[in-house]
Design a protein around this ligand. Structure first.
Ligand SMILES: [Ca+2]
Length: 254
């Protein structure tokens, strides 16, 4: 349990105790000063399980809000290739940030034989846009089924190191296969053009309760980077590694 919750719970008990004692010597204003200001201002102290969000509490302090941006609303100054499948935006110290997720199919004799995923991070203002990073990955020259897609469950915005420059996380799956098998899974965190990545495979149900995959290789950029980034990536990895259904759906945990 985080210290803030403990403090809050302890303060709530203290306040309740003071009320029961009817101590007139203690002005109410003093109690207000010692009690922390709860963001949600509950009238009664909830049990910890009542307010446990889906995002684990240790990471919730740095979580920032972001908005989905319709593909048609991506400014023309943001130059991308391929079909825009998703876009998000947020504001931070750097200004208006836009991350655009696109896909480019390659066809040979009418069949899709490759799919490239491009992820662009731009800071946009009235003057135009400034590109911080582009990530390009995908499947090439595949004679079987091409799989390459963004894992939307990993998309998020944080400021884990509190420097006013937000981080963005996302993940994607790629593979070329003719059967049900684990897919290459990559999870990234980017901040101001710097990239931190965990590579591996997703864990997939192979039938009859059997699981396959789940390999993980943490890149040195993560182990040598800010510990808060590593912790957040580990938490996200555990969420998106699966299990996945044979149909390619991330199964919910808990
Ligand atoms: Ca930051």
């Amino acid at each position: 349990m985080p210290h803030t919750l403990l403090l809050f719970a302890a303060s709530a008990v203290l306040v309740a105790g003071c009320a029961e004692k009817k101590a007139p010597e203690t002005p109410p204003t003093e109690i207000k000063q010692t009690a922390p200001t709860p963001e949600r201002a509950p009238s009664t102290a909830p049990t910890p399980t009542d307010q446990t969000p889906s995002t684990p509490v240790p990471d919730s302090e740095g979580v920032k809000s972001f908005s989905a941006l319709a593909p048609s609303m991506v400014p023309t100054s943001v130059k991308t290739k391929g079909t825009v499948n998703h876009a998000i935006e947020w504001s931070d110290k750097q200004g208006r940030n836009i991350v655009t997720f696109t896909a480019i199919d390659k066809k040979t004799d009418g069949y899709v034989t490759g799919r490239r995923l491009h992820i662009y991070h731009d800071v946009v203002d009235r003057e135009g846009s400034r590109r911080l990073r582009v990530v390009k990955d995908g499947v090439n020259e595949c004679e079987f089924d091409v799989h390459a897609k963004i894992v939307k469950e990993a998309i998020g915005v944080t400021d884990l190191d509190g420097d006013g420059i937000n981080e963005v996380t996302f993940a994607y799956l790629t593979t070329c296969t003719s059967d049900v098998s684990p897919q290459t899974l990559k999870l990234l965190l980017m901040e101001d053009g710097a990239k931190y990545i965990i590579r591996g495979t997703n864990r997939i149900h192979m039938g009859e309760g059997q699981l396959d995959g789940g390999e993980k290789k943490v890149d040195p950029t993560v182990t040598k980077g800010p510990p808060a980034f590593a912790r957040h990536l580990e938490m996200l990895w555990n969420r998106v590694v699966g299990p996945w259904s044979p149909q390619g759906v991330l199964e919910k945990k808990r």
